[in-house]
Design a protein around this ligand. Structure first.
Ligand code: ADP
Length: 395
């Protein structure tokens, strides 16, 4: 079975052709800077050289057509006929409270995704565009939507409610939804496999540390807490997002600095986090390098980043009444021994001790204490392809 996985972001479209039974994608590509004059396509078919092309890509419709024609291209494509695509799996950011699992796309599902545009205005419209274009280009081929929010939909009310007037929730839908669900679910399942223990009996904390970063408390395979909230802004320190702050800071910026909502939005989402603190970059590699060279702001950014993770790990262990495994994933989680070491150095009280050699070489199992510490490479596209296969088997 071949699943076309589409991930339509605000200015990019990522696509992969994946056999859910295999580990490697048959082809993967990305179209970036959509809508600008600098749009470009990168595509790699398994076992062949990567191709890169600068192209005019005015909008997302054009980008999805380009992804489709790239996969079918006689010279550098991977399939010769659209019938070689058996299903399409779409990454969709927000399903609100309506959908708690991946789902076959129907008119009703499209309406639900549309109704959640108000919660994810930068993502859901493009996700919908992906669905509509795929229906046009691949008529009759089943489409499955896989949601970032779904994995967290079983959180208990005490975890997802904000202590605002109840009507904020009942009338406006303001609550914690959580994101990165596909990744947290995927690495939790992979970690259980690695430990050779049933997922149902494990208490795990999964830390997805990429440009966006979030943690989840996964008890018995269910997300019972997660750090992102109403939007992906809450929680951990991220590349350019602040994570947790006192909400009164926003009021202060508006009242005393005269900032408008767009400016506050830009400040919190684009100018904060690692970039804001370090003044160097949003890229952890660069920040670590500068910190080692004595840049104090870069060192502070690393300290705040790790301290925030530590706080979440401690509180999530309390929420679950203990911890069996701490799991690192995402670009930073998978590749940075220094960050893992800094986080774990103060977790001996939870039975966490790192094996230095294993940590240095990014091994899968890096703990030497009673609580497992794992590095699991996330693969959201494979997770979407596997979910697509599961949903199609269930119907
Ligand atoms: P995205 O959220 O965009 O998918 P990734 O999961 O690819 O992001 O993570 C990107 C982050 O991973 C960047 O901050 C990058 O610096 C960091 N990263 C990648 N490799 C390393 C490394 N060897 N050491 C530290 N950080 C790394």
């Amino acid at each position: 079975m071949n699943v076309l996985v589409l991930n339509c972001g605000s200015s990019s479209v990522k696509f992969q052709l994946v056999n859910p039974a295999g580990k490697r994608a048959l082809a993967k590509g990305i179209i970036e800077e959509i809508g600008s004059h600098n749009a470009f396509l990168t595509c790699q078919v398994n076992g062949r050289d990567e191709i890169k092309k600068a192209l005019e890509v005015p909008d997302h419709d054009a980008a999805i057509r380009l992804a489709h024609s790239t996969l079918l291209h006689p010279e550098y494509g991977v399939i010769s006929d659209p019938s070689e695509i058996d299903a399409v799996g779409h990454r969709v950011v927000h399903a609100g409270e309506e959908l708690t699992d991946s789902v076959l796309v129907t008119d009703d599902v499209i309406e639900i995704i549309r109704s959640c545009i108000k919660f994810a205005p930068l993502h859901n419209p493009h996700n919908l565009c992906g669905i509509e274009m795929a229906m046009e280009l691949l008529p009759g081929i089943p489409q499955v939507a896989v949601f970032d929010t779904a994995f967290h939909q079983q959180m208990p009310p005490e975890a997802y409610m904000y202590a605002l007037p109840l009507t904020a929730y009942t009338e406006l839908g303001i609550r914690r939804y959580g994101f990165h669900g596909t990744s947290h679910g995927f690495v939790a399942a992979a970690a259980a496999k690695e430990l050779d223990r049933p997922l149902e009996e494990l208490r795990m904390i999964t830390c997805h540390l990429g440009n966006g970063a979030s943690a989840a408390a996964v008890k018995g395979g269910i997300s019972v807490e997660t750090s992102m909230g109403f939007t992906p802004l809450e929680g951990l320190v991220m590349g350019t997002r602040s994570g947790d702050i006192d909400p009164a800071v926003v009021l202060y910026l508006i009242e005393h600095e005269g900032l408008g909502s767009d400016e506050v939005n830009t400040l919190l989402n684009k100018q904060s986090g690692l970039l804001g603190l370090s003044g160097v970059s949003n890229d952890m590699r660069e920040i670590l390098t500068q910190a080692e060279q004595g840049n104090e702001d870069a060192a502070l950014a690393v300290d705040v980043f790790c301290h925030r993770i530590l706080k979440y790990v401690g509180s999530y262990a309390a929420v679950m009444g203990g911890l069996d495994a701490l799991v690192f994933t995402g670009g930073i989680g998978e590749n940075s021994p220094r960050i893992r070491e800094k986080v774990c150095a103060r977790l001996a009280f939870l039975g966490i001790t790192l094996s230095e050699a294993e940590n240095q070489r990014n091994a899968t199992s890096i703990g030497s204490g009673p609580t497992a510490v794992l590095v699991i490479n996330t693969n959201e596209e494979l997770a979407i392809a596997q979910d697509t296969r599961r949903i199609l088997r269930e119907i």
